[in-house]
Design a protein around this ligand. Structure first.
Ligand SMILES: C[S@@+](CC[C@H](N)C(=O)[O-])C[C@H]1O[C@@H](n2cnc3c(N)ncnc32)[C@H](O)[C@@H]1O
Length: 246
């Protein structure tokens, strides 16, 4: 049963940093920060789905003021408990529709979180909401996986995305609705815990169209934060759309 915190409730928040430990590795985080610092310039950053502050805390330490939007109070409580976490402004709400004061030179949503919006309408609303918060010339940055459909055998709906001694993950596709349910199973204190989260997968070209509908245009697209080329073999993309300068 979902409470007001959505899928990242107290139980998930308590283990988030540990479960996603590899994403907290400086080798993963530092290139994200370098990229965002450059795009933010001397302006402010808006993070959609700020979570426990994996990116926001380091970005703030590098001198970029960050404002977060986040559904889960449980995740924000973890952010607050970290050094510097009390200094980051967070608005509790749905990042597709929640508004905050001021304007930003960059807004970003990383780690596949755009897919947490499970309808096309919500994803478009998110682009429009971001565009309304950006200064002219400001940018929207998304990091999201490429749908794994090329690896899905005909007639199959399930793809494993993680298999180890203590964790197993399977993505379940429903191509009729661009639906993707990620099923996580993890051994915790000798018991297997299960968490299933619904997503809507979305193609780069569809995101470009959403940007266009919101008055933005594609500025750059890479397969990683170090500006690795984006090709037909890329498993994810980092894309930047720009709101035209007046
Ligand atoms: C995968 S976590 C990413 C957290 C953080 N950005 C990071 O990179 O570690 C996704 C976060 O987005 C939040 N979230 C998901 N859907 C949301 C929505 N519609 N509005 C606001 N927050 C949302 C979740 O509660 C969770 O904290």
């Amino acid at each position: 049963m979902l409470d007001g915190d959505g899928y990242f409730d107290e139980r998930v928040a308590a283990r988030y940093d540990e479960s996603a430990a590899e994403m907290f590795d400086p080798a993963v985080v530092d290139p994200v920060i370098d990229f965002l610092v450059e795009i933010a310039g001397s302006g402010r950053a808006l993070e959609l789905g700020i979570g426990t502050g994996r990116i926001a805390l380091s970005l703030a330490q590098r001198g970029v003021p960050v404002h977060g939007i986040e559904l889960s109070k449980a995740m924000v409580a973890r952010l607050r408990a970290k050094p510097g976490g009390e200094d980051i402004a967070v608005t509790i709400g749905d990042f597709a529709t929640t508004t905050v004061d001021g304007t930003f030179t960059v807004a970003y949503v990383v780690f596949n979180t755009i897919m947490n919006l499970t309808t096309q309408a919500a994803q478009i609303a998110c682009f429009r909401n971001v565009a309304a918060h950006l200064e002219p010339g400001g940018c929207f940055v998304i990091e999201v996986g490429i749908p794994d459909l090329q690896r899905l055998p005909p007639g199959e709906t399930i793809r494993p995305f993680h298999v180890s001694e203590t964790r197993w993950g399977f993505d379940e596709y429903d191509v009729a609705i661009q639906g993707l349910a990620s099923h996580h199973f993890e051994m915790v204190d000798g018991r297997v815990e299960r968490l299933s989260i619904p997503f809507r997968y979305v193609w780069p070209s569809e995101l470009d169209l959403m940007a266009q509908l919101s008055g933005m245009r594609l500025r750059e697209r890479w397969s990683g934060w170090k500006r690795e080329p984006f090709t037909s073999d890329s498993r994810k993309h980092v894309s930047v759309w720009e709101k035209p300068a007046v």
